[in-house]
Design a protein around this ligand. Structure first.
Ligand code: ADP
Length: 622
């Protein structure tokens, strides 16, 4: 006796199903793309397993996907003879969701103005899309290698529960039967289904079959429908990347990207290359147009699929690209790796290392060319992935200079991040030797820094670095094209100011001395400044000191921050400084601390003791 058991869906799945059933109205047709893609994955997995154990496919070796209809019953069936699922796998895969993807998906949906199901593919919850169009979903599945009576039937209306019934199933693989909702009957129309398959699934690498009488448009003879179907293949079913470039249209490239990435948008660009010779491999890689939702997740999956001689081996082959290229999606197909290659083997494999090194170079060159040829496209790329690319400067020593060439910055001549280091160098006046930058929390803070005053006066450009990662970037990128990168707030300014020395009167000298005494525990020195024009004071760091912006990031991360003793540079001609010569005792101390604190504020930091700062300012104003 086969007994049916009832299970409750995991809470996240329940919520997701509510959304599928009640909130998603546009683009319902993508359920088919998702189910076909799952079927294709199941076939990939089986083909992979059969490399070691060919008995798994022996009885039924023609791997394929069948789409079948029953117009009368109002059902649509998606069938594959792939790897199938055991009972445990069914419960695990079709009742729970493992990743943080759902939560993200729900959030994205809630904030999206138009609730569009298209987003679904990116979130790894595609199966549940079936409930957009079906009032009842039945899954009959049998894991490859298990006996006929170890099949499982899963069934649900999507309202909180599902049932599982053991069953004897003649075939390995999975059959998904959708009882279409009344307003979704169109999906039992062969012509409609065929056009959806053409649109989304043309380059699924397995044959997708439709019943022949259904596939033929003008076949109107009703009596034929009742007979056992002959099948007709509707898709191309070739591995797109194996074709030569000239045979592939832009639409095909785009559609293939969409099918492997789950991204609804078109890719920004693709890089297709075949390498022959010592090593033989093909790569078809894409740069998306928008950052995926999990770009910054630590446990994010990588986007590159590994194939060996056209056999799918694994998703997310993180050994094939470095982490700083984690936004690249696509396929690498190698002829030199063994079919039974595992993640462990990939980790220390000379073939993989070579493919990876060459692929990184190719991507860099491609992006570099894009930066030269198409500024608009590059700007899109940069705003989506620039921050990730910067990690490359830190991580990849051997390509550092080339990656640095891809970077774009805001500067004193551009609020947008459009200035490359090469642009900067090309604009440098004859007497300028180095590349200058300032790091700050915001563009406004950077632009308002007193440290820029001397550079403005001189007409030298300064790069304004305001991304969190920039502090690390400049620690690693100390040179470009033979020029040093220098922080404006650390630099001794003799290069820019020449021998110019501030003229300091005896009275001013006295003020500086008294300031130094008053602030001795907070600054290492007080000096007359050549760099200030309008501001009364600024802080200059020693070469080993941690930049204030960096100190703040470290503090936010809960790290110990070493105490710096910067130099306070004072604009001796400033009105406030003049006033100081008349101040005595307590009042002088107030002025001195005020000067120091406002220099901190100007660089985007807080006064050391905000309450004391306020009290001091009030005393001075009163
Ligand atoms: P994803 O495919 O992104 O992992 P889904 O919600 O679409 O998420 O599917 C969940 C899981 O169910 C899949 O990872 C797979 O293990 C299993 N599954 C779905 N469809 C099939 C199928 N046709 N054959 C075998 N397993 C399947």
């Amino acid at each position: 006796m086969h007994t049916t058991e009832t299970y409750g869906f995991q809470t996240e799945v329940k919520q997701l199903l509510q959304l599928m059933i009640h909130a998603l109205y546009s683009n319902k047709e993508i359920f088919l793309r998702e189910l076909v893609s799952n079927a294709s994955d199941a076939l990939d997995k089986l083909r992979f397993l059969s490399v070691k154990d060919d008995s798994l496919v022996a009885e039924d070796s023609e791997l394929r996907i069948e789409i079948d209809f029953d117009k009368e019953a109002g059902t649509l069936t998606i069938r594959d003879n792939g790897v199938g699922m055991s009972k445990e796998e069914v419960v695990q895969n079709l009742g729970t969701i493992a990743s943080s993807g759902t939560k993200r998906f729900m959030e994205a949906m809630e904030s999206a103005q138009k609730k569009d199901a298209n987003l679904i593919g990116q979130f790894g919850v595609g199966f549940y899309a079936a409930f957009m169009v079906a009032s009842n979903v039945t899954v009959k599945t049998r894991r490859a290698g298990l006996a006929a009576d170890e099949g499982v039937i899963w069934q649900s209306t999507g309202e909180g529960e599902y049932t599982i019934t053991p069953a004897t199933l003649p075939r390995r693989g999975t059959e998904i039967i959708l009882t279409l909702k009344d307003d979704c009957k169109e999906f039992s129309d062969a012509w409609k289904v065929r056009s959806i398959l053409k649109k989304y699934s043309e380059h699924i690498a397995f044959p997708i079959m439709l019943p022949k009488q259904a596939a033929a448009v003008d076949e109107a003879d009703e009596s034929v429908v009742a007979t056992t179907p002959e099948w007709e293949q509707v898709n191309d079913a070739t591995a797109l990347w194996q074709k030569s470039k000239s045979e592939i249209t832009q639409e095909e490239y785009d559609a293939f990207y969409q099918s492997i990435s789950g991204d609804w948008n078109k890719p920004l660009t693709h890089i297709h290359s075949k390498v022959e010779g010592n090593l033989e491999y093909t790569t078809l890689l894409y740069v998306p147009e928008q950052a995926p939702f999990d770009l910054w997740d630590r446990d994010r999956r990588y986007g590159v699929k590994l194939f060996v001689k056209r056999v799918f081996i694994m998703d997310d082959a993180e050994q094939l690209l470095p982490s700083w290229l984690r936004f690249v999606r696509g396929v690498v197909d190698s002829a030199d790796l063994p079919l039974n290659v595992s993640r462990e083997i990939l980790q220390s494999n000379a073939v993989v290392d070579k493919i990876r090194a060459a692929t990184v170079k190719r991507i860099i060159d491609h992006l570099s060319a894009m930066g030269k040829d198409d500024a608009e496209k590059y700007a899109k790329f940069w705003s989506a992935f620039g921050q990730v690319l910067k990690e490359g400067v830190i991580d990849d020593y051997s390509n550092r200079e080339k990656i640095a060439g891809l970077l774009r910055f805001a500067s004193t001549t551009s609020d947008e991040q459009t200035v490359s280091l090469a642009d900067y160098i090309a604009r440098m006046p004859e007497d300028q030797k180095d590349i200058y930058f300032i790091t700050a929390e915001t563009l406004t803070a950077a632009k308002g820094s007193p440290h820029l005053e001397a550079f403005r006066k001189k007409g030298w450009e300064v790069l304004l670095l305001t991304d969190r990662i920039d502090e690390w970037v400049v620690q690693h990128l100390t040179e470009f094209d033979g020029k040093s990168l220098k922080a404006v707030n650390r630099t001794d300014l003799s290069e820019i100011m020449g021998d110019e020395k501030p003229e300091v009167s005896e009275a001013q000298e006295g003020v500086l001395k008294r300031l130094k005494d008053a602030l001795a525990d907070q600054v290492s020195d007080v000096k007359a400044s050549v760099r200030l024009v309008d501001s009364p004071a600024c802080l200059v760091l020693g070469n080993q000191d941690m930049a204030p912006h960096m100190a703040k990031i470290m503090a936010q991360l809960g790290q110990a921050v070493p105490e710096n003793k910067p130099v306070l540079e004072v604009n001796v001609d400033h009105a406030i400084v003049n006033r100081l010569s008349a101040a005595e005792g307590e009042q002088f101390a107030d002025w001195a601390n005020f000067l120091l604190d406002q220099a901190r504020v100007a660089e985007g930091s807080l006064p050391k003791d905000p309450a004391a700062f306020v009290a001091r300012v009030n005393r001075l104003l009163a």
